[in-house]
Design a protein around this ligand. Structure first.
Ligand code: GLN
Length: 621
C-alpha cells in the first residue's frame, strides 16, 4: 500500500509547528514555514497567462521509490509543467526512436545560456534537450514518428510518469501560442538546419501543448521518483520507459536541467533536476526519491526561488549530494558457511549423517543480501574464489532486491570458472518476476553451467543427497527399516523390543496424508518404517523431512499437544504406539522407560545443537 503523509499545514501562510508524524515530513514542514515568507522573484509574464498565478502558492512533495508520499502546502494546486516536460519528452523520444536518431539531432553539452537562447552549436544542433531549441527538436522527433498522434503520445507518456491522466491548460496553451515568436524563431532555425524535417508550426503546437500540461507538486514528485526508480512508477508499478532512456535523461538533467544555473546547482545541490517557468522544480535522487516543489515566483534564470531554497536546504541538511556517497559493499554477503554450520532440514539416518559430517566442506552456501551492483558482486566473486573448491556452491538470492547487468556479467563469469573447476553451481530464489532480476534471469537462460532451485533448503538437501550417493550411502525411500534400528529404542533387548512393539500396530498412510495436526492432543508415537514425511509449522515452514528408521510425534512423551503438522511425502508405513498404552507399560517397566527417555534426551540434544549452530550463523552477521 502506498501511503500519503500530509502535513496539516494550510496553504500560503506561515503557521505554528504542525503536529506531523514522521521526521522527514516535519523537516519539509519546517522548510515550508521558513520559506513561505520569501517573496523574492517574479511571476513569468512573457507568457501572459502565467502572470495570473498566485505568488503565494507553495507546495512541496517528496515520493520515495517505495511509493510513500510526503506533502506540505499547495501540493494539489495545478500549474503548467512547462520546461519540466523537456526531461520526460527526451526520455520518451529515446525510448520511442532509439538513441541514434535522438543523438543525431540533439547534443548533450551544457549551453551555459538562457533556456530560450536562439543559438545552436557548431554542428548546427541544439546544445541539449533541456533548453528550448533541444526540446523543440525533441517534439519534432516525436512528431516525425507519430504525426498527428504526437501530442497524445506525449500526454499519455507523461500521464504514466505521473500515474494519473493529465490534461492541458487550454488558456496557457493559447497564450503561449499567441506570443511564442521566440520559439517560432528557434523552430525555423531548426528547420533550416534540417533538425526539424516536418511542419514547424505543427511541431511548435506539440511543444506548446506539452508545456501546458497541468500537473501539481505531487505529480512531478511521482514523475521524479519514476526517474529515480529506473523508469518504474513507484505507485502504479508501471515501467514507463526503458532504464537506459531514464539514465540518459537524468544525465542531461544533471548537466543542463537548471539552464544557466546548472553548474551552480549540481555543485550545491548535487541532484539531477529540471525546472519550469510555471514554478515547478523536479529533482531526483536516483534509487531513493523524487522531489517536486511548486512556487511560481522565479529568479532571473527562470527557476522557482522558493523551490531552489527548498532543494538547497534539504540537500545540505541531509547531505544528499549524489556524489557524496559511500557504501559498505561487504554487507551484501549475509552468510557464508558449509554443512558443518547448517545443513538442510532433512533428518539423516546415522550412516548418511556420518558421510555428510566427514564431507561438510563439500557443500558451501553463500547467502546474499540487498541490491547487488558491480562492486558488491565483485566482492562476492572474490569470496567464491577463496578456499578449496567444494563439490557444490550454492548462492542464495532470497534476501536480495535485484542484480544489475554489470553484476550479472561478473557473477556469471565467476560461475563459469567454478564450473570449469568441477564445482556444481546452484542459485536459489532467483525465479522472481521483479524487473530488477530481468538481466540475471536472461543470463541464466543462456547458461548451461548453473542449476536453479526455488528454495535454499531444497538446494542444500539435493546437494547432500548427491554427496551421500557419491560416497557410497544409498538414499532409498522404498527401503524398510526395522523397529530395532530406531534411535528412540536403542539399547532395548530383543525381548524388551518385542514387548514395546506389541503395544502398537503397523499402519499405512497414503501419499499426502495429514498424519498429525498441530494443536491436537498428543496421543501416539509414530515409528517410520518406510517412506518419507515432512514436519511443518502451521505457517507452512518445513521444520524437517524424515526418512525410514526415524520417529515422529515423539514429543508426545513430554508435551500434551502437537506443535507441528506431519504430512506423508510418499506412501508410508509406520508402527504406531498409543501413548496411554506406553505409559501404562512403562509404569511396570521403569528400566525400559529410563532407556527410552535417555534416548529421547539424546535425540533432542542433537537437535538443540543443530539449532544452536543456526542461531549462531544468523546472529554472526
Ligand atoms: N513553454 C516555455 C517556453 O518555451 C517553457 C520555458 C520554461 O519553462 N523554462 O518558453
Amino acid at each position: 500500500m502506498n501511503k500519503i503523509e500530509r502535513s496539516p499545514l494550510p496553504s500560503t501562510v506561515a503557521q505554528q509547528p504542525a503536529d506531523t508524524s514522521s521526521p522527514l515530513l516535519r523537516f519539509l514542514d519546517e522548510l515550508h514555514r521558513n520559506y513561505a515568507g520569501e517573496t523574492g522573484g517574479a511571476l513569468a509574464d512573457y507568457i501572459p497567462e502565467l502572470s495570473k498565478a498566485n505568488p503565494d502558492h507553495f507546495g512541496i512533495s517528496l515520493v520515495s521509490i517505495d511509493g510513500h508520499t510526503y506533502e506540505v502546502g499547495d501540493t494539489q494546486v495545478p500549474f503548467t509543467i512547462q520546461s519540466i516536460s523537456k526531461a520526460f519528452v527526451f526520455a520518451l523520444a529515446l525510448d520511442l526512436v532509439g538513441p541514434e536518431v535522438v543523438e543525431g539531432k540533439i547534443g548533450v553539452e551544457p549551453s551555459g545560456e538562457a533556456f530560450n537562447a536562439i543559438r545552436l552549436n557548431a554542428q548546427n544542433r541544439p546544445f541539449n534537450a533541456m533548453v528550448n531549441a533541444g526540446a523543440i527538436a525533441c517534439s519534432g522527433i516525436i512528431h516525425e514518428a507519430k504525426g498527428e498522434e504526437a501530442f497524445e503520445t506525449i500526454r499519455q507518456a507523461m500521464s504514466r510518469f505521473a500515474g494519473r491522466d493529465l490534461d492541458v491548460d487550454e488558456a496557457v496553451f493559447q497564450s503561449e501560442r499567441a506570443t511564442g515568436d521566440r520559439n517560432r524563431a528557434i523552430g525555423y532555425l531548426l528547420k533550416s538546419s534540417s533538425v526539424i524535417g516536418t511542419d514547424v508550426s505543427a511541431v511548435l503546437d506539440v511543444y506548446f501543448r506539452q508545456c501546458s500540461i497541468l500537473v501539481n507538486a505531487h505529480d512531478i514528485a511521482v514523475m521524479g521518483a519514476t526517474l529515480g526508480n529506473r523508469g518504474v512508477n513507484p505507485i502504479t508499478g508501471e515501467q514507463v520507459v526503458a532504464p537506459y532512456a531514464v539514465a540518459r535523461a537524468l544525465s542531461v538533467m544533471t548537466s543542463s536541467g537548471m539552464y544557466d544555473y546548472a553548474g551552480e546547482w549540481i555543485y550545491r545541490v548535487g541532484l539531477p533536476a529540471k525546472s519550469g517557468v510555471g514554478g515547478g522544480i523536479v529533482a531526483t535522487f536516483p534509487s531513493q526519491f523524487g522531489l517536486g516543489t511548486f512556487s511560481p515566483l522565479l529568479d532571473s534564470h527562470g527557476n522557482s526561488t522558493r523551490g531552489i531554497k527548498v532543494c538547497e536546504t534539504l540537500s545540505d541538511h541531509f547531505n544528499l549530494h549524489m556524489l557524496n556517497r559511500t557504501s559498505n559493499i561487504q554487507s551484501c554477503l549475509f552468510a557464508d558457511y558449509d554443512l558443518s554450520k547448517s545443513s538442510s532440514r532433512r533428518s539423516r539416518r546415522p550412516d548418511e549423517a556420518e558421510i555428510l559430517a566427514e564431507r561438510s566442506d563439500k557443500v558451501r552456501v553463500l547467502e546474499l543480501f540487498g541490491a547487488l551492483a558491480f562492486t558488491e558482486v565483485d566482492y562476492v566473486t572474490r569470496k567464491l574464489a577463496e578456499g578449496p573448491a567444494p563439490h557444490f556452491m550454492i548462492v542464495d538470492f532470497r534476501r536480495t532486491s535485484g542484480i544489475t547487468g554489470a553484476a550479472t556479467k561478473l557473477m556469471m563469469d565467476a560461475f563459469k570458472t567454478l564450473s570449469g573447476r568441477g564445482v556444481t553451481v546452484i542459485v536459489t530464489a532467483v525465479d522472481r518476476k521483479a524487473a530488477a532480476f530481468a538481466e540475471f534471469r536472461a543470463a541464466m537462460k543462456d547458461s548451461t553451467f548453473v542449476r536453479s532451485f526455488p528454495l535454499l533448503d531444497e538446494a542444500i538437501e539435493w546437494s547432500e543427497d548427491q554427496i551421500v550417493y557419491r560416497y557410497g550411502g544409498a538414499v532409498d525411500f522404498s527401503q524398510t527399516v526395522p523397529l530395532g534400528e530406531q534411535a528412540l529404542l536403542k539399547e532395548l533387548t530383543p525381548e524388551e523390543l518385542s514387548l514395546v512393539s506389541a503395544l502398537g500396530e503397523t499402519r499405512n498412510f497414503d501419499n499426502g496424508a495429514h498424519i498429525i495436526a498441530a494443536g491436537e492432543t498428543s496421543d501416539s508415537l509414530y515409528f517410520l518404517l518406510r517412506g518419507l514425511v515432512s514436519v511443518k509449522l502451521p505457517t507452512g515452514v518445513r521444520l524437517a523431512t524424515l526418512t525410514s528408521g526415524m520417529v515422529f510425534g515423539e514429543l508426545a512423551l513430554l508435551e500434551p499437544r502437537r506443535s507441528a503438522d506431519v504430512f506423508a511425502d510418499t506412501p508410508i508405513v509406520c508402527h504406531v504406539i498409543p501413548l496411554a498404552a506406553l505409559h501404562q507399560f512403562c509404569g511396570g517397566n521403569p528400566k525400559i522407560e529410563t532407556k527410552i527417555m535417555l534416548n529421547l534426551s539424546r535425540l533432542l540434544s542433537a537437535r538443540l545443537i543443530r539449532a544452536n549452530k543456526k542461531v549462531d550463523l544468523l546472529s554472526a552477521n
